[in-house]
Design a protein around this ligand. Structure first.
Ligand code: FCB
Length: 473
């Protein structure tokens, strides 16, 4: 199968990896000094997480880390994208927890020993609950706390870790957590959501500056970006809907970071929600500190309309019946009509060409765009089952093959893409969906915690091996 991919068109040093996040895999939710993160607390709210699942044990990576690194080595991964848990490192917003830091130190050593590049993310959604109780990201102080936490992690790991990502998908931990209510902390408050956006931006800028001063060489952020496709491109209402989604989902993040400004049209769309009032003199200069790479997470595009869906349209998939609100402050009317594309078990459209389009257009739209890495892409499908030591998951394997092809095409069209990380290494705690949705290229038995490489994992390993062969030739 890999021989059908034009791997020789990728850069020589193209990096192949896989990604996870602390709250989704570690478990040990209250061990060795760790205290609640917002996801521990949110999971206790009745109806917040499907099946009443919690991240307490997750896939027990905290105790199985060396075996998991050995698995990465078996797959031939060149890099591992993981996150550190703030609630493990500074539990309860108090003193540094040596045992927590020691875990990540052991992980980094284990990775380096296996020849795998550590790719560290400081914030993958798991704020200490104690910081939430002080207002969380709606409180400006949290940005400064984040900077201090980032510095503390660098103090311990900076001698061995070169790649630092400040935030993973800040959109989710602001808009979906504070306005939509589907993610922790589960608020439905658009004003707080936009405050959270700005304070996370500020946290990103402050941490970037601090890490740079401490000697970090590669600093970036991971954004989940989309192509906002107007449902009817000849309809001004749908065109306006696409503009609004593009502003909220993409440009509200890209422009402050790359251009040092918020988009004018966005500021107008949300004028009644206080975003402009959050911006203090000097903030945008801090936020637009140069970065060395941009991580792009992409799973699907968004076909958007400004009209209500036709009566009788089946509702989209929801993790739980808990009431939620629109995650689109100021544009609550947006709808997402179906284009009848194939869908994954999340209900997400499969459209690899969207990834190609996105990667190409970013370079065209932002002249100062740093090198890109696809830091997440992958799929959940039903029916993963271990039979005679094998997990046949042809749809996931095909999804990965098609999206790697899209990355190659983007590179051929001039996009500066330097790496690809499949989401996810292991089946894991998929946030409000609990353990119901499996994204792993490695299957986890949730009773025994046994790991079994799925066919998609073998496919991915063969792509990596084939690329090494091609570049050595
Ligand atoms: C992304 C998240 C990641 C995972 C995938 C499926 O939005 O960053 O943690 O949940 O979606």
């Amino acid at each position: 199968m890999p021989q059908q991919l034009e791997l020789s068109n990728l850069p020589q040093n193209f990096l192949w990896g896989s990604a996870t996040a602390a709250a989704q895999i570690e478990g040990a939710g209250h061990e060795d000094g760790k205290q609640d993160s917002i996801w521990d607390a949110f999971a206790r709210v009745p109806g917040a997480v499907a099946g009443g699942d919690t991240p307490e044990v997750a896939v027990d990576h905290y105790h199985r880390m060396p075996q998991d690194v050995a698995l990465m080595k078996r797959l031939g991964l060149q890099s591992y994208r993981f996150s550190t848990s703030w609630a493990r490192i500074k539990p309860g917003d108090g003193d540094l927890n040596k045992q927590g830091l020691a875990f990540y130190s052991r992980l980094v050593d284990e990775l380096l020993e296996a020849g795998i590049l550590p790719w560290l993310t400081l914030y993958h959604w798991d704020l200490p609950q104690a910081v939430q109780e002080k207002g969380g990201w709606a409180n400006r102080d949290t940005a400064y706390r984040f900077r201090d936490y980032a510095s503390a992690v660098h103090d311990v790991l900076g001698d061995r870790v070169n790649h630092w990502t400040t935030f993973n998908e800040p959109l989710c931990s602001s808009l979906i957590g504070y306005a939509g209510g589907e993610h922790a902390p589960g608020l439905q408050d658009p004003v707080a959501a936009l405050a959270a956006v700005h304070h996370q931006h500020l946290g990103h800028g402050l941490a970037t500056r601090a890490l740079r001063e401490m000697g970090a060489e590669q600093i970036g952020i991971t954004l989940n970006l989309t192509n906002a496709v107007p449902n009817d491109p000849s309809d001004p209402v749908d065109l306006d809907a696409a503009r609004r989604l593009d502003a909220l989902w993409n440009r509200m993040f890209l422009e402050p970071m790359l251009l040092g400004q918020y988009p004018e049209d966005l500021l107008q769309d949300v004028a009644h929600l206080g975003l402009a009032e959050r911006i203090q003199p000097g903030d945008l200069e801090i936020i637009s500190a140069p970065i060395d790479f941009l991580g792009v997470n992409h799973y699907h595009d968004d076909n958007v309309s400004g009209h209500p869906l036709p009566p009788g349209t089946p509702p989209g998939l929801q993790p739980t019946p808990r009431p939620k609100s629109s995650p689109f402050p100021g544009s609550e009317h947006l709808t997402f009509p179906s284009r009848n594309l194939p869908r994954t078990a999340m209900g997400w459209e499969v459209n690899p060409d969207g990834l190609r389009t996105l990667l190409v257009r970013l370079g065209q739209e932002y002249p100062n765009l740093p090198p890109l890495y696809v830091t997440e892409n992958g799929a959940a499908y039903e029916g993963d089952e271990v039979i005679d030591g094998r997990v046949a998951d042809p749809e996931r394997a095909e999804y990965i093959r098609q999206h790697v092809t899209a990355v190659i095409q983007a590179v051929e069209e001039g996009a500066d893409v330097r790496g690809y990380f499949v989401w996810s290494l292991l089946d894991n705690f998929e946030w409000a969906w609990g353990y119901e949705k499996r994204f792993g290229i490695v299957h986890v038995d949730y009773d025994s915690f046994e790991r079994t490489i799925k066919d998609s994992g073998h496919l991915y390993a063969s792509v990596i091996a084939e690329h090494s062969r091609v570049r050595a030739a």
